[in-house]
Design a binder for this molecule. Structure first.
Ligand code: XUL
Ligand code: CO
Length: 446
């Protein structure tokens, strides 16, 4: 077993988190997540495709805008100064958490995996070299990479954006990071490559040319797609929309905005979306709105699962525990045909006061159970067919020859207006039955 020389078992009293059923009172057990249980023809593990993320689980040290590092976990120890030894130790815990939680996937940024070097070249070499250790851990544990990405927002060179930066040399730095991160994702068998536009936006319009910056972003994404094909990466390229934070305005505002951007640069068949709950909320949408929109536009890829606070205007990245929200979300995921390369990545972090290592387990257990509970209810809703039948009947008029003639362009505006006037049509309003439909959802939440 690949294990670093600094590793200490911090979980001696804890073995694998097991499914113990709904009535279990053991906080270190699953009440709903039963990986091998069949739901809708697949196992729960195959339907949910949970992933644990590097940046919130082993990189984040509990600092916030007003507070310094609050966690003193062994893997964050400042005594270990060798970058590779440090990276090995982080990877050991990352994989141990995933194993304890029966989590099939993990996700990473280049800078989570190993610290940046003094030059772009050194940083790239470090990631490539260290990915051998990750590969070994993957082979030994069976845990796979859901996706990789490049952190092109933390280094101060990206303060005015990466691809949308006024300086083409900064664009080139981002190209270096993305090239390496994509190639390492391929090497690790990653199923997707994600681009979150961290600072691809603006802080003030007074110093910004939107047309210029959009052109740069379009070029960058086209180059990424070209490189994907050149290296034969089989996974999906995903853009992760977010409306703001850290910028005042981010170009990848929401799913619909990303679609417009992709259409403009002829990339809508090449790039899909990674949708995040808290980002949807910041954009003034529900998560199910974003999933249903992505599905309607054939863009649905993957999910960063978390919860936001509806009273706060920033990305709190909390663990998701609301089973009703999860049900609605899972319903639209199932309606979209479920995950192909995507999955549910816990882009969620502990509250700063949750400073004990066991808190990572409690948090993921709560999130995984909420996801499993949502999946069970959503599958029951799909099988019940009441919602689907209601929608089918609501739009039935469009299946008539009149409806079809309109949609197929056989009638002009005047033809339609004449038909309406000569037949003196006066359709009666039909109930939308919102309350009845809302009631049906809670019926299945067990
Ligand atoms: C930031 C965010 C990122 C992306 C990956 O809000 O969600 O962690 O998921 O860069
Ligand atoms: Co995210």
């Amino acid at each position: 077993m690949a294990i670093s020389k600094h590793y200490k078992n911090l979980f001696q009293d804890i073995t694998t988190i097991e499914y113990k059923g709904k009535d279990s009172k053991d906080p270190l057990s699953f009440q709903y997540y039963n990986p091998s249980q069949k739901v809708g023809g697949k196992t729960m593990a195959e339907q949910l495709r949970f992933a644990i993320c590097y940046w919130h689980t082993v990189s984040w040290a509990g600092n916030d805008m007003f507070g310094l590092e609050a966690f003193s976990h062994h893997w964050l120890s400042k005594d270990i100064t060798d970058v590779y030894e440090k990276a090995e130790l982080k990877a050991d815990y990352m994989f141990q958490f995933a194993q304890l939680l029966q989590m099939p996937f993990y996700t990473w940024h280049d800078r989570d995996v190993i610290a940046e070097g003094d030059s772009l070249q050194e940083s790239a070499q470090r990631l490539v070299k260290f990915s051998d250790y990750l590969l070994k851990k993957q082979e030994e544990t069976g845990i796979k990479a859901l996706w990789g990405t490049a952190n092109a927002f933390s280094n101060k060179r990206y303060m005015a954006g990466a691809a949308s930066n006024p300086d083409p040399e900064v664009f080139a730095c981002a190209a270096s990071q993305v090239r390496t991160a994509m190639e390492v994702t391929k090497k690790l068998g990653g199923q997707n490559y994600v681009l979150w536009g961290g600072r691809e936006g603006y802080d003030t319009l007074l110093n910004t040319c939107i047309r210029q910056e959009q052109e740069q972003l379009g070029r960058f994404m086209s180059l990424v797609v070209e490189h994907k094909h050149k290296i034969g990466f089989q996974g999906d390229i995903l853009i992760e929309p977010k409306p703001k934070e850290p910028t005042k305005h981010q170009y990848d505002f929401d799913v619909a905005t990303v679609y417009g951007f992709l259409k403009k640069y002829n990339l809508e068949k090449e790039i899909k979306v990674n949708i995040e709950t808290n980002h949807a909320i910041l954009a003034g949408h529900t998560m199910e709105h974003e999933i249903a929109t992505a599905s309607a536009l054939d863009l649905f890829g993957s999910i960063d699962i978390n919860a936001g606070d509806y009273l706060l205007g920033w990305d709190t990245d909390q663990f998701p525990t609301d089973a009703l929200e999860m049900t609605k979300m899972m319903y639209y995921i199932l309606k979209a045909g479920g995950f192909k390369n995507g999955g549910l990545n816990f882009d969620a972090k502990l509250r700063r006061q949750s400073c004990d290592v066991k808190d990572y387990l409690y948090a993921h257990i709560a999130g995984m159970d909420a996801g499993a509970r949502g999946l069970l209810a959503a599958q029951a809703l799909v099988e019940d067919k009441t919602l689907a039948t209601f929608i089918e009947q609501r739009y039935a008029g469009w299946q008539s020859s009149f409806g079809q003639d309109i949609l197929q362009g056989k009638l002009s505006l005047s033809d339609i207006a004449d038909l309406a006037e000569t037949n003196n049509i006066n359709p009666s309003p039909v109930s939308g039955r919102q309350e009845m439909l809302e009631g049906i959802i809670s019926r299945y939440l067990n």
